[in-house]
Design a protein around this ligand. Structure first.
Ligand SMILES: [Zn+2]
Length: 736
């Protein structure tokens, strides 16, 4: 799976230009070791860039390592006592993998001439004399000494091969295929070891270089090919910030013995012991430079463009005013989609449509009439996906409940043949929406003929709020509609006073066959890693009430306009920055599901982050950040999550001027849910959330409820977060 990783350090890193930006920044640390106890870390290197491949010189007080500076990788020698560092060989080529040659004062190195010419040399640390060791073996990737006259080699090729060669002219002898880069001598034996990467499971394998006899020792933890043999015969291996140890004949498997996170050491790759076993050198990932500092200039340009933008508001005005609400299956939604695709195309964005089959529910005419005690009409909105009533409607007395418990307590005798009214209290959206979602089927189970639910809102000027219900297939499907909080309160009052209320509900609602709709996908292709994607957006469909502005047209426009401004500014992120206007979030989630389903596993793994905005465009305050499988509130912190959170907070600092850079633990969204469940880190935009539920899913969700400055802020927020996530050197959560 990781053949590329093997070649990278030797080829890509030696190439000129943009490739340098991709060199992982690593540092070398040394720990005193006593048995399995580690002392305090001593830093050998502390700089941006590639410092790697450490080996101790005999005596253990000095080490050599490879270091890339000014585009060239050379061998450096570091004295642990004095802290001094000197460059070893003054060559024009790059050198890698310095390795002391047993019984000599020389180290061997792989010299990279480019064009896949990589040869094994030695340099005498005393005299500086350089010698070509294996003139006929090329290209050498990695090596370890068998004795002072023979060397075990990883030779690049298709496939890579494990070879043994004697110093001097002549070819090497192939021992195996598909080795890993970690080669070593097994202490106290004449056998060597390597990692056999020929199968999905990688095996640490012992090999006798003279006979070629092999023995599988243990499977390495997933993706690990670097390891070190300790003097006591155990094997040590890095696993992010942890060190694992396996003692042959004693342990069944890898045992965690240390976590170096507190020392600031994580992303451990290479490990190596000094010959006396008293020191351990470890290569760890280097935290990226402060992102706020690195991106202040670009963020300033994006924020400036967003805060002076007028085009976004014009687009939202058109969407809200000329097109209006956009329920799945409606002509308005498809008109909005075509308009977006056409406009994005005319703006020079790469844009495409992704077909999605969506439910096609049509409300039709509906009314709720009080028949007794005195006839009058009430404002209602049928619940999304509800069945209709028979022609002429359903006329029945009501029974009022404040909870499911009250409903159950009444039992069939008091519910059958009645219209159940959930005159519930507003306890926040999550709690109150349960009655909208499940109320119809719970009432139908007791023989109710229809269900009415107090709208899921905290404030009302006699405004009903719709939203999807979910039928329990085991129960009869009865029609259901949302009441205004005012009417709900009146019915409760009447009920408490023992007064009968008779209602007539008439609904023409009907579910038709699925219709075709589309996700709109626009992007700026990544300049260096186009296969890696940051996706952001909202849902383009809405309920068939109001103009679908806060929910969620304005967020769609904000994401689109953020992409547009980044494009206009000429900013080209390393990764692809993609905007998706998902279809059918409200009554199906089919758009988000189809976006995910159409991706290969590899493409999903290429998604470095997904950002969703679907809580209105009030004043934004930041993001909630979630990763599937990580309990963000757990006392035991997940180190990878914490590091990602720290990076996001650095990016958030770029939005401090808008008071919009707060990153909260936990977050996500409905449309990015499928991506998140596949492991993609997710961000949900957060706002002050003062009035969103006063408007959403109702006729009040209209353009006049949006402060244009808040749309600008949302554009800035999405633009900065999307751009930096797409451009920063390291992925938000690096993959090994
Ligand atoms: Zn929404």
């Amino acid at each position: 799976m990781n053949t590329r990783l093997v070649i990278l350090p030797l080829i890509v890193f030696a190439a000129a230009g943009a490739a340098f930006a991709q060199v992982p920044s690593t540092d070398v640390f040394v720990f005193p070791v006593d048995g399995t106890e580690l002392g305090k870390a001593q830093r050998v290197t502390d700089r941006e860039g590639y410092d790697n491949q450490p080996r101790f010189l005999p005596g253990g007080r000095e080490l050599v390592y490879s270091s890339q500076r000014d585009g060239q990788t050379d061998i450096y020698r570091h004295d642990l006592r004095s802290g001094s560092t000197v460059r070893v060989a003054e060559t024009t080529e790059s050198e890698y993998s310095p390795t002391p040659i047993p019984g000599t004062t020389s180290v061997s190195t792989v010299r990279d001439y480019g064009d896949l010419k990589q040869q094994l040399w030695s340099v005498d640390l005393k005299s500086g004399k350089e010698t070509l060791l294996l003139p006929d073996v090329n290209p050498v990737g990695y090596h370890a000494w068998v004795d002072d006259g023979a060397v075990l080699l990883f030779v690049l090729g298709e496939p890579h091969t494990l070879q043994v060669a004697t110093i001097g002219p002549g070819p090497g002898k192939v021992l195996a295929e598909s080795p890993g880069r970690g080669l070593a001598r097994i202490p106290g034996s004449n056998r060597m070891s390597y990692v056999d990467k020929g199968e999905d499971t990688w095996w640490l394998t012992a090999i006798d270089p003279s006979t070629g006899d092999m023995e599988r020792l243990i499977a390495t933890p997933e993706g690990r090919e670097d390891y070190a043999w300790a003097k006591d015969g155990s094997v040590w291996i890095g696993d992010d910030s942890r060190l694992l140890r396996w003692s042959p004949g004693q342990d069944d498997g890898w045992q965690a013995i240390a976590d170096l996170d507190a020392e600031g050491v994580y992303g451990i790759t290479r490990v190596t012991f000094s010959s006396d076993g008293k020191r351990l050198a470890v290569v760890g990932a280097r935290p990226p430079a402060d992102l706020a500092q690195a991106y202040r200039d670009e963020a300033g340009r994006i924020v400036g463009a967003a805060l002076t933008d007028v085009e976004g508001w014009d687009k939202l005005t058109y969407l809200a005013t000329v097109i209006g609400h956009r329920l799945s299956g409606s002509a308005a939604l498809e008109e909005a989609i075509d308009w977006a695709v056409e406009t994005m195309g005319s703006e020079g964005l790469e844009v495409r449509k992704q077909a999605v089959q969506v439910p096609h529910w049509v409300r039709g005419k509906e009314s709720l009439t009080v028949v007794a005690p005195r006839e009058r009409e009430l404002n209602i909105l049928g619940l999304g996906d509800s069945v209709g009533t028979p022609a002429g409607g359903i006329t029945a007395p009501i029974v009022v409940v404040g909870s499911f418990e009250e409903l159950e307590a009444l039992g069939r005798a008091k519910v059958e043949g009645k219209i159940v009214v959930y005159a519930v209290e507003w306890e926040g959206y999550g709690a109150t929406v349960q009655f909208r979602t499940h109320g119809a089927s719970r009432a139908a189970a007791l023989g109710a003929v229809a269900a009415l639910t107090r709208s899921a809102t905290g404030h009302s000027l006699d405004t009903p709020h719709t939203g999807a219900l979910r039928y329990d297939e085991a129960q009869p499907k009865i029609p259901a509609a949302a009441l205004t909080p005012e009417d709900s309160a009146w019915m409760r009052q009447m009920s408490e006073m023992g007064r009968e209320v008779v209602l007539r509900l008439e609904m023409d609602a009907k579910m038709h066959d699925d219709a075709e709709s589309f996700n709109v996908i626009a992007e700026i292709a990544g300049s260096e890693r186009p296969e890696e994607v940051v996706v952001m957006g909202g849902h383009y469909d809405s309920w068939d009430a109001g103009q679908g502005v806060h929910d969620d047209g304005a967020a769609c426009i904000a994401a689109w306009q953020a992409l547009r401004l980044i494009d206009q500014l000429g900013l080209r992120p390393r990764r692809t920055l993609r905007v998706v206007l998902w279809t059918n979030e409200e009554n199906g989630l089919r758009g988000g599901r189809e976006y995910h389903a159409a991706l290969t596993d590899e493409q999903i793994a290429g998604h470095v982050a997904a950002i969703e905005m679907d809580s209105g465009v009030e004043r934004p305050i930041g993001f909630g950040f979630g990763v599937s499988g990580v309990d963000t509130d757990a006392e035991e912190r997940d180190p990878a999550y914490e590091r990602a959170l720290a990076k996001l907070r650095q990016i958030g600092a770029l939005l401090d001027g808008l008071d919009a850079g707060h990153i909260r633990r936990g977050g996500g969204g409905a449309d990015i849910g499928p991506l998140m469940r596949s492991g993609v880190p997710g961000l949900g935009v957060r706002t002050v959330g003062e009035h969103y539920f006063d408007w959403h899913h109702s006729d009040a969700d209209t353009l006049d409820k949006v402060d244009p400055q808040n749309l600008r802020r949302a554009i800035a927020l999405l633009g900065v977060m999307g751009y930096v996530l797409a451009d920063m050197p390291e992925r938000l959560i690096p993959v090994e």
